[in-house]
Design a binder for this molecule. Structure first.
Ligand code: MN
Length: 424
């Protein structure tokens, strides 16, 4: 077992029992203090821990890092470039400094006062500079629901779907951190029974409940990453709300796929939970039938039990839970996604992001988009303030949450929040 994952560990920083951030998590993010530049941090309970201060006081001097400036950068890309053994060693150092038996930092009042900052006194920034962005389509239930609505219930999946993780290359410039509000997009749509398109604000803005993994290691153009090697490349995961304009999507997507309906804003949670921290929550993914081609074979329990939920808060302020799903429903694993992404020799870079695709579960209360929850608007969703929704209205706030529990440990991703503002 990885010692930092030991469920017995407790921190001298107070952690509430339902916190997403016990000492077993130790995620990585970028904080901006009230007076200071953005810098790398981790979090325990409701305390952000400034890694640049820990570096100032020499707490990382024993690590085999050639350049300690990685702890002072406004993005995590340089830290990730140090490689998996260093990611692990930093996490181990943090685990040792903050466990309850440890007095070294606890007794260094100056370092402690500078390094520990309540989370409500920092602004969370984008944790990485995103290079390339891929969005997969890897939930069988989601693909089946969409195919049933738009194609044919008896033939919902395209013939390729169970043979490869379908995906497309998206845009990275509009991936933003939680707390960033997004204006309703404008674009072309084809109204029902019309013969010509119209231009205006989208009427069918939707969320997509997704997670995304981030690569922290480069590969070489022309070479492939196997499913067995994928874990060395994947730094960690975040929650991912892939906002979508369904009316624009329907008109524009033929024949090359999603474009402006998908790139007006996608929102991530600010703390990257490492694959290492998720290790105790591995579970088997769904059985794959028909068998996959050899390059997609993935041995072991390569899915993760991550409980996911989506909350809609209308302007009246009362939150409504719209869906409860789980990452374990994904048909294709992240190892298979990365193996497929690179099987043709396409190279990956540090900071690249890979969305899972909408994560729907098997029951109607687990569907990961309003398109499915309201079944194309035919089944309005009743909110507890008496209003109803088919899609997102202006000034609605969408919150994604995700956490893992296994009987001994609970850890999570915090929140991924965005409000839909009126069209500009
Ligand atoms: Mn998507």
């Amino acid at each position: 077992m990885i010692e930092a994952n030991n469920p017995e560990l407790k921190s001298w920083i107070e952690v509430e029992p339902d916190s997403d951030f016990p000492i077993q998590n130790l995620p990585f993010g970028i904080i901006r203090p009230l007076h200071g530049d953005p810098r790398p941090a981790t979090r325990i309970g409701n305390i952000a821990i400034d890694l640049s201060v820990l570096a100032d006081f020499g707490f990382f001097d024993h690590l085999d890092i050639d350049d300690l400036s990685v702890f002072y950068q406004p993005i995590l890309n340089p830290l990730m470039a140090q490689g998996k053994p260093i990611w692990s060693a930093i996490r181990k150092t943090l685990s040792e400094l903050f466990r309850i038996e440890s007095t070294e930092l606890l007794q260094n009042e100056e370092a402690r006062n500078l390094a520990l900052i309540p989370v409500d006194e920092v602004v969370m920034e984008m944790p990485v500079m995103v290079g390339d962005y891929t969005d997969f389509y890897s939930s069988l239930e989601h693909a089946t629901n969409v195919g049933t609505m738009f194609r044919d219930p008896s033939n919902a999946l395209y013939p390729n779907w169970k043979h490869l993780p379908v995906g497309y290359h998206g845009r990275s410039s509009s991936i933003v951190v939680s707390g960033t509000n997004i204006h309703r997009p404008k674009g072309q749509t084809l109204p029902k029974e019309a013969s010509k398109p119209v231009f205006g604000p989208s009427k069918l803005v939707d969320f997509e409940l997704e997670m995304a993994f981030i690569t922290g290691k480069e590969s070489t153009l022309g070479e492939s990453i196997s499913t067995d090697q994928a874990g060395d490349y994947i730094f960690g995961l975040v929650l991912f709300n892939d906002l979508s304009a369904r009316d624009m999507q329907k008109w524009e997507y033929v024949p090359l796929g999603p474009f402006l309906a998908k790139n007006f804003g996608s929102v991530i949670s600010p703390w990257i939970v490492t694959l290492e921290a998720l290790e105790p929550f591995r579970v088997d993914g769904p059985a794959q039938d028909p068998p996959v081609l050899p390059y997609l074979k993935d041995s072991g329990s390569n899915s993760y039990n991550i409980q996911l939920e989506v909350v809609l808060t209308p302007p009246s302020g009362q939150p409504n839970t719209l869906c409860i799903s789980n990452f374990k429903h994904m048909y294709w694993s992240i190892n298979q996604q990365l193996a497929h992404q690179t099987v043709n020799g396409c190279n990956v870079r540090i900071g690249d992001m890979y969305g899972s695709g909408t994560i729907s579960g098997p029951t109607p209360d687990s569907y990961g988009s309003m398109l499915e929850l309201s079944w194309q608007g035919t089944k309005p969703i009743h909110l507890n303030d008496g209003t109803e929704r088919k899609f997102i209205q202006d000034n609605d706030t969408i919150t994604l949450r995700g956490y893992c529990v296994n009987g001994t440990t609970r850890l999570g991703f915090g929140e991924c929040v965005t409000k839909i503002l009126p069209a500009n």
